[in-house]
Design a protein around this ligand. Sequence first.
Ligand SMILES: [Zn+2]
Length: 415
Amino acid sequence: MPSKALQISAVLFATFTVIDVHIGAMRRWTPNAIVIPDNAHRTERVAADELAHYIALATNVNVHIVTESQAGNARKAIWLGRTKCAQLPREFERLPHEVMRDAFVIKRVGNDVALYGGSPRGTLFAVYRYLERAFGWRWLQPDAGGESLTDEYDPQFPRYRMIEIPHFAIRGLVRPWAGVQRWYAKLGLNYALIPVKWGNLSGKRLEWILDASLSVELGEHCFSVYSPKGKMLCPHDISTLEHALRKLNELVRANPMVETFGIWPEDGIFVFCQCEQCGKFHPLETLDERYLRIINWLAEKALGHHPKIRIGFLAYNQYRQPPRGAKVFAKNTVLAYAAPIGFASITDRKRYQRFVHGLRKWLKCGVKRIWVYEYFNCSDDIVRMSALFPHVIGREIRMLLRTGASGLMSQIDNP
Ligand SMILES: [Zn+2]
């Protein structure tokens, strides 16, 4: 699994670099200070702590963290986050906000180095990339045992300026367990799907999410969570939908850091309402069309109550048929299109065409944001294939980009 995540991570970002030379095994450069903004964001502080920690491990030098007003004209410093050294480059201006906030700059300023992102989270990503390139750090496994300090580094990095911009707005894992916390950010991932049954995210258990400033989707198969007891969600019985909306409001209030609330049908066969009026729906209406009658209502109402949250819905197995006539209420919805990434392999032309066709049809229904839910487990062939032949999975991921997917998430299960 780690290999797979690393492979994926490697093609998730585009790098634009000017003068980039590899020189290994020279003495590592150490700064005199790490400078953070006076009113540093919590994630900028985490980024500074991480930078100091890994520099100390690599060089035995403890670098002090100071604020900008304490720093004066510090020489040989690393300026972190939104300090006077942080000018967002022109390349960022045309980017959508959610891509821009994860993009970052690593640049030389005389004898100093500046690391900053489009947001504090981008700054955290910049720190890990800098530690890789200038110090030789690699993180091959999610725990401390997976860290290694290699000879692959350039003590003069960056020679000038490096910019990294993510290809995908959404990059993450489905059901990441608590142990992957910091590793997650090291790979440049930003999105986690947490099952609603894991409970209230404001609790201690998942506090790491705040540190890494992850975008979190709370959901998974949970139609029954939203249904009134003993009743189905029915587009003709508004009281059932209002019940779902109240449940959603409760979850939003209890989980202020969650951006997206997924409302997915249960795994397997979920029985939709069988009332007389629902029985009058066209017999060939797909399950997705039935599902959208509920999701569209909830998404529109939720937008009125909470303008910042998004509603996640799922195209999976029997729910993968794009609706023929129905539109998606697209202002605040995110579609999880569940398919093994192997479906995007051109080794099976028919399957590939179905896959691309399905994605494009969903986009035509008005969905603006689709993340592909890659649900094969660690033991599967596709993982071994991607570990042995990274270019294979790289091609599939690039294909997803061309098709219009805005994100990719792999399912992993706690080994
Ligand atoms: Zn009904």
